[in-house]
Design a protein around this ligand. Sequence first.
Ligand code: R5P
Length: 288
Amino acid sequence: MDVIVVPGRANPQLAESLAKTLEAPVAQVDTRTFPDGEVYARILTRVADAHAVIVQSTNPNDNLVEAMLLAEAAREAGAKKITMVVPYFGYARQDRVFQDGEAISARTAARALGLDADHLVLLDPHKEDIAEFFPGTCTIVSAVPDLAETLGEAGATMILAPDKGARDRAARAANHLGVPFDHMEKTRLSATQVRMEAKELDVDGQIVAIVDDMIASGGTMITAARQLKEQGAKRVLAACTHGVFTNDAVPRLLAGGIDAVYASDSIEGEDAILVSAAHAIASGLQSA
Ligand code: R5P
């Protein structure tokens, strides 16, 4: 079955790189937002009987709507199979009811994508359980090996997870590089003071890379970096799959003790050093 990559407006460069890796064409699309805020999507290239691979992160909300519309357009045009590649899955963190009365937003988003998409490809979702919310099949891929490779080139001698929950991801990066890893632990010193340090390893003189699934405000990384520098770390690198980077997070990270910021291209931007996830996504698609 012919593969055609259908780019959404959230990830045009990643869609191009993916198409190149897959040696597949990129569909011409007309995607726009009307003055009243409604989204319009049309696929101009013929996708009938083909495997349409839509590439679209689903944050903010308009991008989610555009992903749904592109899938609907592909279905209407007779695509035989529709795969939705979601580099950054918005709403991933609201994956359960934390307080009575809440919506499970991650489930709603996954179901909405499943109205027309048969298959879902997720890149380093916050938690892998999200896959179960999608009515079709799902493949989970990771940018961590490619990020680890880049951190190795930058001289990282140790990988840290900012908390226990991120330990598996850090372990994968460390194993890829063959360097030690640990997670950080927060100790409350007083009502206003916390201390974060590597639980087991000594960071003195090390080039430490902190690896997380996402950086939003940068608060987690900045707090960690300050403490690691106080504990003697030579350099602190911040790496994540999803560079959400709210409120000028990258300049603040660089001013706050981080020496370099790395992110995958799941969210396209110019502030951080981007490592393409195209190869990871292509491998996932080919093995699905
Ligand atoms: C939290 O569970 C995530 O894995 C990240 O650690 C968090 O979202 C980072 O947020 P911020 O950059 O705002 O500290």
